[in-house]
Write a protein that binds this ligand. Sequence first.
Ligand code: PMP
Length: 349
Amino acid sequence: MYQLNDKIKNLVPYEPISGTYDIRLDANECPDNLPEEIRAQFAQKVRDIAFNRYPDPLASSLVNSFAEYYNIDPAMVTAGNGSDELIFLIESAFMQKGDKMLVVSPDFSMYNFYSSICEVSCRSFLKGSSLEIDVDALIETVNREKIDLVIFSNPCNPTGKGITRAEAKKLVKSVGALVILDEAYMDFWTESLLDEVGAYSNLIIFRTASKLVGSAALRLGFAVANPTISRAIKAVKSPYNVNSVSQALGEIVYRQKEYLQKRQKMIVNNKEMLYNGLTEIADAQDDMIVYSSVANFVFVKTDHSRAIWEYLKSRSIVVRLMGEYLRITAGTADEVASVLRALGDYVKG
Ligand code: PMP
């Protein structure tokens, strides 16, 4: 009888939270849908798609629109079916049997998860209690352990902390390893290395349309790297990885610079409001730590994480429970006010 192999036999399919909630603050998404004017442009564009034809393998129009938005060379950009696809693709193609990969911890769990599917040895560099990355110690570990690939999110999901552009540069210049900076949340901060990526032989930066750009439904991620690396990524990806609908709509969405800038300000404001409100609540508690964040969510440590998570669910608000931590996405101003009110009621009760 056929038996599943050891690396997959105990895996379970990814299960997002089920049920219907009034307020969803669990997935770091954008709180509201794209406006009607943009969706009207989508409808028009979808009508013109040649559905009988395969998509453009290089997603050229989408890549040009993305590159123009970030003011970078489109030759350095590869589009993916979400960054999730790119993480798996690059880990599996750029690593060989016996190679060593390093993740930091805590961080986005998929980096480590995919390494086990690729049968690559993966070590963890632990962050201290401040949850900051000690970049000098990280450099020392990468070099001492002869790491081939180091990958982490900057800003970090779930901590909301980030390393500065100067620190990121120092890391890339000081190691022989390939460095992947996942800048999924960098649209909310200022320390991107995107404009310099072409100057390094060992750097790949990921971006996504799922956060600030508010298009998680389209599944669009981007890998940006020098032309040699970009060519290799394009060569190993499946030819038609980004479907024609997502290519067409993504092209439109990255042309909405003014709208995206406005939304960025709104989300950063709401994140500040969430952080300040949480800090006020934590000040009156012995066991609650609220971490400052440069992303669109706030990370909280509390002995009562599960009880708070259950209580919020009972008020139709869902946040992310991660052991003794909660990660709360900055929603609309009303949603932030609701979650703060509910938390205030919880601690009073
Ligand atoms: N990287 C990080 C750090 C993330 O938090 C996420 C989504 N939660 C992703 C990548 C995946 O993004 P995408 O939707 O583009 O697959």
